[in-house]
Write a protein that binds this ligand. Structure first.
Ligand SMILES: Cc1cc2nc3c(=O)[nH]c(=O)nc-3n(C[C@H](O)[C@H](O)[C@H](O)COP(=O)(O)OP(=O)(O)OC[C@H]3O[C@@H](n4cnc5c(N)ncnc54)[C@H](O)[C@@H]3O)c2cc1C
Length: 375
């Protein structure tokens, strides 16, 4: 997300002053935010050819991995040993998502949607034959995006309830967080706990699942419990790129504006950086800031964009719309495509209107209750 937002922003801010090359091994551009919902047919799976997205940004696509950076010589090495020279390097390679429970279904995004869907279908079929299923959704410490665990728990539960099989399918969230969604602020935590209770989902906080074997979960606090199926979120680790400073978890160390110490011309944005907050909207804001700064270096009069390290909090305020912590309100019927569905999911200034355009979807009606949690 951050890399593409940066490329789109550079086109806007720097125009022909910048020749942009995007290095990415992927053929498709798929936004993780829509992954859990797409397993339940709720969210449109944002999934576009990478070449189309990069083409829109006026960049050249190099389908490869960035392996190593030599900041002093302003060179990057790609997989296979090819060297690329740069004047400015924006590192936006995201996190490594490391599974913690080998026997569980680890949900990292779109690649795991078919398996998640098959698991839920299997639960429903089992229930139709009279069997019970005890599903645990495990949210480990240091997972980048805990909300995905709550989304999966809620959507699974709502799916089985809608199938009339709620009694046979039990869902429990086991989270290492002391307070659910603590990183999102108190409103989010209270909202999610209320919603879990209302839908009949149990929650265990402050402990993590260590192991899942022979139908038993071993927890970090020494306790154990039975479970039939486990969906786990991965732990986010940094990319550990050679040539750049990194913290103990491998995230790229940087200054508060994303510039990397002793690496002239290098900036890190998004989940690859050693930032406290990992979120698509924050990553896009950092991308705009980096792009504006580069554009100014290239002689453009682009306005500076603040480098956002913090998380804005949004709540769904009934039919009146979305309300941000600082009081900004967005109505459900808002036609501004930069506020494209669902509002706080995809807030990239340039990415969001582009996705809106390619999805060819009108701004949807007010989100259902579960949509609040998908944000
Ligand atoms: C399941 C899930 C749901 C989420 N839901 C939301 C949500 O609803 N709202 C929200 O704000 N955030 C959400 N997030 C978090 C959000 O997706 C991330 O914060 C955001 O994607 C970070 O953007 P990024 O550009 O740093 O990394 P990514 O989006 O992960 O992009 C990294 C890119 O780098 C490429 N890459 C990796 N290694 C290399 C390499 N060595 N060389 C070159 N390219 C490389 C990858 O192919 C990828 O295209 C979710 C995350 C997950 C996992």
């Amino acid at each position: 997300m951050a890399g593409i937002e940066a490329a789109l922003a550079l086109r806007e801010f720097a125009g022909s002053r910048a020749a942009v090359t995007v290095v990415d091994p992927g053929r498709r551009f798929a936004i993780p935010a829509s992954a859990a919902g797409s397993a339940f047919g709720i969210a449109p799976p944002v999934d576009v050819a990478m070449s189309r997205v990069v083409g829109r940004a006026g960049g050249a696509l190099r389908r490869s991995h960035l392996v190593c950076v030599d900041p002093q010589r302003r060179l990057v090495m790609l997989a296979g040993g090819e060297l690329l020279r740069f004047d400015h390097l924006v590192v936006a390679v995201g996190p490594r998502q490391v599974p913690q429970i080998p026997e569980a279904l680890t949900f990292r995004g779109h690649a795991d949607v078919p398996e998640l869907r098959a698991m839920v279908d299997g639960m429903v079929k089992h229930a139709e034959r009279g069997g019970d299923t005890d599903l645990v959704v495990a949210i480990p410490k240091d997972c980048g995006w805990p909300l995905a665990g709550y989304e999966i728990a809620l959507m699974t539960r709502e799916h089985v309830l809608a199938s009339g099989l709620g009694e046979a399918c039990h869902v429990t969230v086991v989270t290492a967080e002391d307070v659910p969604l603590g990183a999102f602020g108190p409103t989010a935590g209270e909202t999610v706990v209320g919603k879990l209770r209302k839908t009949g989902i149990d929650i265990v906080t402050g402990t993590s699942v260590k192991r899942f074997r022979w139908g038993r979960l071993e927890m970090g606090d020494g306790s154990s419990r039975g479970a039939d199926r486990v969906v786990a979120l991965p732990v986010a680790r940094g990319p550990a790129l050679c040539g750049l400073p990194r913290d103990a978890a491998g995230f790229v160390l940087c200054e508060s504006d994303g510039t990397v110490p002793e690496a002239p011309g290098v900036r890190v944005i998004g989940d690859a950086g050693a930032f406290a907050v990992k979120r698509g909207g924050v990553a896009c804001q950092q991308a705009d800031s980096a792009a504006a700064s580069i554009a100014r270096d290239l002689g453009s009069d682009a306005e500076e964009v603040p480098f956002m390290p913090a998380m804005p909090e949004w709540v769904w305020d009934g039919a009146d719309g979305w309300l941000s912590r600082d009081g900004e309100r967005v109505l459900p019927g808002d036609q501004d495509p930069s506020r494209w569905w669902p509002v706080p999911k995809t807030t990239g200034r340039f990415l969001a209107p582009f996705l809106h355009e390619i999805a060819r979807a009108p701004t949807p009606a007010a989100p259902a209750e579960a949509d609040m949690l998908r944000s």
